[in-house]
Design a protein around this ligand. Structure first.
Ligand code: ADP
Length: 502
């Protein structure tokens, strides 16, 4: 199968979910890597090879950036209603291909039914809400102290935007990396994760091709595992790329930010989290148990917003822990295509090894396992640990998977202090006796996103999505695309000649 085929064929190819080829999408063409190399991507549940993927490098990235640069003048001048029409057609296409996309998400990333539905709903809604953006980049008439001068500030698209996305919520996170920038008139080079070249890359090229996006406006470059820096370095160094957005780990984000500093290139960075869930006395315990289980284990804990540490007040700790552990131990594990599965496979064997090692380390240092804790390849079971010392990796670093640390705290002030002691600051949840107490606690938490009477995993396309501290800077969200992906430009027009002093 090749993705250079006619549109109907690409739909059929994807629908099969079977072995296929994923090629670069550059200037509206589906092409192999210039070096001719490929790699195989695998189904994390069956371990079967599912696609042969172009293993590109800096040369392909260079070609994609050139194509995006050539397409910019026309795209940035395209009337808003045409850009809007493309976004709305792309939303319709995703909706029409819903069932096929759910299968692709399961087979490529181990994504179960619930989270696949969340992703598809979000992506469609993001596209529809972003269809208003082409009309939203308005300017201002500025009062000037100089007589006879008209002074305006307008918003200009920046040019070529580099978009680097992760695998875990591949559909959503690649969508938000490209849709806002495109809607406000930029052209894009997207680099999906090596773990999601289809649902985070080629699929979006297909959808936008089907929606009528002109060649060169969106380009997609894939690469072999461990070779992301070939693409990333070119996106950073190439002067035609004017802005980069990145979603991924703090370690990679830090590396990109250092290089971007050298090239004076602005970034949006949404990085990792060690998200706290505060469970305070007076809360409805049934609700708290259900919320904590969802927050810690949705998509087998592979969401950046997942609750990683639960701080529960002493007065309710014993009862909460017992009920929570019982619920977690009963979460069904297995095939992500089975609609009853809650805990599917983790993304790959490195992820499984990391989870295994970190849990073992915590247990050696005195932690107690309340649920799970024994790997079941390719899955890791939903796991709850308590008594984890603050200086083991599980306690202070993001561990992407179905493991949560439960801490008992004396009161709510201690819960807030422990939560804020993290280097991260992405998302938090506060389960309190009522909204007033929840809001008081929320105001004290150092996080970009806080949900009162809910767990941390929530997202809507319009909202300011991003963190503080080691969780990054800048915000994704339809309401923030203009700030992040356009540049203000000040223009004056002098209506009569000026008197110069010399
Ligand atoms: P995760 O743990 O979510 O995979 P990563 O930061 O490793 O987090 O990956 C997120 C994205 O960053 C992926 O697309 C990955 O390929 C990419 N990436 C990893 N290393 C680099 C790099 N040196 N330069 C550019 N992109 C990178």
């Amino acid at each position: 199968m090749t993705r250079s085929a006619a549109r109907d064929d690409t739909q059929h190819d994807s629908a099969s979910g079977g072995p296929g080829a994923i090629r670069h999408y550059i200037d509206g063409q589906w092409i192999d890597a210039a070096n001719g190399r490929t790699y195989d991507s695998h189904n994390p549940w069956t371990a079967a090879a599912i696609a042969t993927v172009a293993a590109g490098d800096a040369d392909d990235t260079h070609a994609a950036i050139d194509a995006a640069h050539r397409a910019f003048a026309h795209w940035s001048d395209t009337p808003p209603h045409e850009r809007q029409g493309i976004l709305l057609r792309a939303a319709d296409t995703v909706e029409r291909r819903r069932d096929e996309v759910m299968v692709l998400l399961a087979r490529e990333t181990g994504c179960g039914r619930h989270f696949a539905e969340v992703q598809i709903r979000f992506a469609v809604s993001l596209l529809r809400q972003s269809a208003a953006l082409p009309y939203a980049a308005t300017g201002q008439m500025l009062p000037s102290d100089q007589p006879g001068v008209s002074s305006v500030a307008v918003r200009r698209p920046v040019g070529v935007v580099g978009a680097i996305a992760p695998w875990n919520a591949s559909l959503i996170l690649s969508a938000r990396a490209i849709v806002g920038p495109l809607a406000v008139g930029n052209t894009v080079v997207l680099k999906p994760s090596e773990e999601a070249p289809h649902t985070g890359g080629a699929l979006w090229a297909e959808v936008f091709e089907q929606a009528g996006l002109p060649p060169g406006v969106l380009n997609v470059i894939t690469h072999a595992p461990g070779e992301a820096s070939f693409i990333g370095d070119e996106l950073l160094a190439n002067p035609l790329v004017r802005r980069i957005n990145f979603t991924g780990s703090t370690a990679t984000g830090r590396r990109l930010a250092e290089a971007a500093g050298r090239h004076l290139k602005r970034l949006v960075l949404q990085l990792g989290g060690q998200n706290p869930l505060l469970v305070l006395a007076g809360v409805d315990l049934d609700y708290a148990v259900n919320a904590a289980a969802y927050g810690a284990f949705v998509h087998q804990g592979q969401v950046c917003m997942c609750a990683r540490r639960i701080f529960v007040e002493e007065a309710i700790a014993a009862e909460f822990s017992e009920r929570f552990a019982a619920k977690v131990a009963g979460l069904p594990m297995g095939d992500p295509e089975d609609p009853h599965t809650v805990i599917g496979p983790v993304i790959n064997h490195w992820a499984l090894s990391l989870l295994t090692r970190r849990v073992e380390e915590a247990v050696e240092r005195g932690a107690r396992v309340l649920a799970g804790g024994v790997p079941a390849p390719p899955c890791y079971p939903a796991t709850v640990l308590t008594g984890v010392p603050d200086d083991v990796e599980l306690a202070f670093d993001e561990t992407f998977g179905p493991v949560v640390v439960l801490d008992v705290v004396g009161d709510r002030d201690e819960a807030v202090a422990r939560a804020n002691s993290s280097a991260f600051g992405l998302a938090a949840g506060v389960l309190a006796a009522g909204p007033q107490e929840g809001l008081e606690v929320a105001r004290q938490l150092q996080a970009g996103i806080i949900h009162v009477n809910d767990q941390p995993v929530n997202d809507e396309p319009r909202m300011p999505f991003g963190g503080v501290k080691d969780s990054g800077w800048g915000r994704f969200g339809v309401g923030f695309a203009i700030e992040e992906f356009t540049e203000p430009q000040w223009i004056t027009v002098r209506h009569k000649a000026r008197q110069f002093p010399f």
